[in-house]
Design a protein around this ligand. Structure first.
Ligand SMILES: [Zn+2]
Length: 347
């Protein structure tokens, strides 16, 4: 077991993985952005040259991150852009041996900008089916409300989720800033989504305290918590999360980039695991935070002092916490187990 860092990294890279907290536009890698920028050359300030893009993606601070994020949003102008982005994200996932992902999509940002709703749904579904067929990456959607855009965006997201429900849609979420955007106001939309059979997965306890996680559970019916970083500050909440097996979608590097934690060593993932919580590891907006899922597993392994067996257990957590059906869960868990066993035999 006493292998070098490289051994662990190779193990993680080859391991079949599931990811539960990762955003659609936020997953656009420089490669994908270059493709979009080339298509809109002359009508965007985003460079299409990969080297210039790498520089463009080097964030100086959080405000700069937001600026770059919005300029990428601005490149998603028609259904073909949506399809390229989605398929490009799946290609980047395939390279990391991600077999299954619940991708958080914010359809409101696209329909508000004039992409027809039906064309948007067809584009993501077309990319989803192609990704499964050609890349072996199974995608499912979480449609999320951009909280900062208010109740009108919630109404529109609920309409899109319920009236146009694409086949891959499994859950309903809430993203954006938490400060100044109380969770309870979104209750009617979550009620409708849940009544239609969608799972509830709001972001909570990222930049605000444990009370936001309580709101997410009690008011929005959260079945999983996006981040939940601050949960450890409330022992009663930790007990509740443990007792009800409510998983946390932990995104360590994102929490550092947005200064939810000051230093990565301060991340409460260790407390979460020690308390017996169902912890999953995720990348959130990977290229924007200079990371990917493999890196997040390496970060978590270091913080938790895990060897290959422990890392595989984390990967199994993501499968357990996913919205796959039982047969698909067993298959993917079986792949992880076989990989671990094979690694032990060859290492
Ligand atoms: Zn997120």
């Amino acid at each position: 077991m006493a292998e070098g860092v490289q051994g662990i990294e190779a193990f993680i890279a080859g391991m079949p993985k599931a990811e539960l907290h990762v955003h659609h536009v936020g997953s656009a890698s420089p490669r994908v952005v270059a493709e979009l920028a080339a298509r809109h050359a002359g009508r965007t300030e985003v460079p299409a040259d990969p080297e210039a893009l790498a520089k463009y993606f080097t964030f100086t601070d959080f405000a700069h991150f937001i600026e770059v994020y919005l300029s990428v949003v601005d490149l998603i102008r028609d259904a073909e852009d949506v399809r390229s982005l989605t398929y490009g994200v799946a290609e980047d996932m395939a390279r990391q041996n991600i077999r299954y992902a619940e991708l958080t999509v914010t359809p409101y940002s696209s329909t508000r900008r004039g992409i027809p709703d039906v064309a948007f749904m067809e584009a993501i579904e077309d990319a989803r089916l192609a990704a499964e067929r050609e890349l072996g990456v199974v995608l499912r959607w979480c449609f999320d409300i951009p909280g900062e855009a208010g109740l009108a965006s919630a109404e529109e997201t609920a309409r899109l989720a319920l009236d146009l429900a694409p086949a891959g849609l499994v859950s309903f979420g809430l993203g954006g800033p938490e400060i100044g955007v109380p969770r309870p106001q979104f209750k009617p939309y979550f009620d409708r989504a849940r009544a239609a059979g969608l799972h509830s997965v709001p972001h909570a306890g990222e930049s605000t305290g444990p009370e936001t996680v309580w709101d997410a559970i009690r008011v929005l019916g959260a079945e999983r918590i996006g981040h939940g970083t601050q949960s450890v500050k409330d022992p009663a909440l930790v007990d509740y999360l443990g007792e009800h097996r409510i998983p946390l979608e932990v995104c360590p590097t994102s929490n550092l980039a947005t200064r939810v934690v000051e230093r990565i060593e301060d991340h409460p993932i260790r407390q979460m695991v020690d308390a017996g919580l169902l912890v999953t590891v995720n990348s959130d907006d990977p290229p924007m935070f200079g990371t990917d899922l493999n890196t997040e597993y390496a970060v978590a392994a270091k913080l938790l002092g895990l060897d290959e067996t422990g890392i595989a257990a984390l990967a199994r957590n993501a499968v357990e916490a996913s919205f796959l059906d039982q047969a698909a869960k067993r298959r993917l868990t079986g792949e992880i187990d076989a990989y671990l066993a094979g690694w032990g035999a060859t290492a």
